[in-house]
Design a protein around this ligand. Structure first.
Ligand code: NAP
Length: 378
């Protein structure tokens, strides 16, 4: 009998995990969802081999079980699994964006003699549902596992190995509390800020439509993540309450310092914080996929000439480089005609740069974007 992996919740993350297992392992992939429509769609799209709307049928004989439903539902499924007769040696994990609360729920499984190891693949998208699933979603991304101190090393190793093989992600082991603090600062807090900013400007726009008509460049870049799934984010913020409240205190203090510096006309303070943040921003690793940067991208300045975009797409196509998207970044403050090329795979990104350079285009990445000396020189 082939080994079996059961995925509970076949949406963006569950579906992508299912596709990764189907493509790179010989496991039988079983899907579970409460809606028969979702399961039928997952089977029709070839995301799972079999699908069920009854939990006990889906997890029967499973060697690995991944819970990929919204954070607020994960504890409910852990409780239900703890009451079922599962295969001896089964390893249960989840993909939830918070870890301390879920690891606590996991104790219900360890008390029954099962192994639970929390997990968080740090790649995603603002899209949701099985139709957005992709077998390359986790490639090169960090995938955090949060075992308890008493979790067997062999089980941690077993889960890491199969995930590495299926997803090609980089596995990282972390304490659940520490995970929530770090991810709270670099993902959850930014989602709160982006959402708050869009809501604030939305209120101004209700009185004067020019706010939205002129919204471009920095505003669009900064608020991309405000288009995320409301239910998923409701659950994440409530689950990570303990870490988010002090992070928000720090943020409010940061904004208050800004407000006071502007009020007293403190040019030096303002310049210093912009200079420090510019240095920190430019020092961020830019080639690794993370929650806020799910793709590899490079930029080219282009003059306003017809046919150039087609030429670049054709050039890369002739060299068999897979370009995932090509777009013109219009209306960026003080910068005109920037072409953004995005790639799903690091290899494509790394091959594209020399091809474009040899063809006479000057490329640059996020970190060098501020250097406006780069121009197309065809
Ligand atoms: P999603 O695309 O909306 O998928 C959620 C799936 O769970 C859907 O198939 C949904 O089924 C199903 N579901 C919802 N409530 C359920 C319930 N009560 N019982 C059974 N199935 C249920 O969301 P997602 O982005 O994959 O997120 C899933 C998990 O991944 C969340 O815990 C999230 O924190 C985590 N995560 C998300 C990201 C990201 O960027 N999206 C990144 C890392 C981790 P229906 O469609 O039939 O309702």
């Amino acid at each position: 009998m082939r080994k079996r992996v059961a995925i509970l919740g076949v949406g963006l993350i569950g579906g992508s995990l299912a596709l990764s297992f189907k493509e790179r392992t010989n496991y039988q992939v079983i899907g579970f969802d409460t809606y028969s429509d979702t399961i039928e769609k997952a089977i029709r799209l070839g995301v799972v081999d079999e699908g069920y709307t009854k939990l006990s049928q889906a997890v029967h004989h499973a060697d690995f079980i991944f819970i990929a439903v919204p954070v607020g539902q994960i504890g409910i499924y852990i409780r239900q699994l703890a009451g079922l007769q599962l295969k001896k040696g089964v390893i249960i994990s989840d993909v939830g964006s918070t870890k301390a609360e879920i690891s606590n729920y996991g104790k219900m499984l360890t008390e029954q003699g099962y192994t639970f190891i929390g997990g968080h693949p740090m790649a995603g998208s603002h899209r949701s549902g099985v139709q957005a699933a992709h077998s390359l979603l986790f490639e090169n991304a960090y995938y955090v596992l949060t075992p308890e101190p008493d979790t067997s090393l062999a089980d941690v190793e077993g889960l890491s190995q199969i995930l590495k093989q299926a997803t090609h992600a980089q596995l990282v082991i972390m304490d659940p509390e520490y995970h929530d603090m770090v991810v709270g600062a670099i993902s959850h807090l930014p989602h709160v800020i982006a959402t708050g900013l869009v809501a604030q400007v939305g209120n101004y726009n209700d009185a004067n439509g020019w706010f939205h008509r002129l919204a471009a460049g920095g505003f669009r870049d900064l608020t991309r993540i405000a288009a995320s799934h409301p239910v998923m984010w409701r659950d994440i913020l409530l689950s990570n309450r303990d870490k988010l409240l002090p992070l928000l205190d720090d943020w409010i203090k940061q904004m208050s310092d800004f407000q006071q510096a502007i009020d007293r006309g403190d040019a030096e303070w303002i310049e210093t914080i912009f200079a420090r943040s510019r240095d920190l921003r430019q020092g961020l690793p830019d080639k690794k996929r993370g929650l806020l940067a799910p793709i590899y991208e490079c930029y080219i300045n282009i003059p306003d000439e017809p046919g150039l975009i087609g030429q670049i797409a054709t050039l890369l196509g002739e060299h068999k480089v897979n370009l995932s998207n090509i777009s013109i970044m219009e209306n960026r403050e003080e910068v005109h005609g920037i072409l953004r090329l995005t790639f799903r795979k690091l290899q494509d990104y790394e091959r594209a740069i020399p091809i474009l350079e040899i063809a006479g285009y000057t490329t640059y990445t996020e970190n060098t974007k501020e250097d406006h000396h780069v121009h197309i020189n065809k």
